[in-house]
Design a protein around this ligand. Structure first.
Ligand code: FES
Length: 109
């Protein structure tokens, strides 16, 4: 059960406010630490397909480094009107102090 999870790196390697890009099975992900809560989203802005890596994390949002659209890390939903397309989000879990991700995206439809 849950064999679809891939081990990433120790939880301690990602401080609050930091994000790390990882690629699993051809899927580019950004793993984020938002005040101690961890999230994994697609590492690609839905506005003009820029990498989200390097975007600022505040509370539960990451801002795209290009035009600043803010995405909710929990749901992937953007704020504002520049894009209405949500980011794909991925399940993360902590096992033995390591983050593990499931690359089956949570997007419905
Ligand atoms: S490319 Fe991300 S907000 Fe425009």
């Amino acid at each position: 059960m849950n064999s679809e999870y891939t081990r990433l790196f120790p939880v301690a390697d990602l401080s609050p406010g930091q994000a790390k890009a990882v690629e699993i099975d051809g899927v580019d992900l950004l793993v984020c630490n938002a005040k101690g809560d961890f999230y994994a989203v697609q590492n690609m802005c839905t506005h003009q397909k820029a990498k989200l890596e390097g975007g600022r994390i505040r509370n539960c949002f990451i801002s795209c480094p290009v035009h600043g659209v803010m995405f909710d890390l929990k749901t992937g939903v953007p704020k504002g009107t520049m894009t209405t397309i949500p980011l794909k989000t991925y399940d993360l879990r902590v096992v033995d102090e390591h983050l593990e991700v499931c690359v089956k995206d949570n997007t419905l439809a």
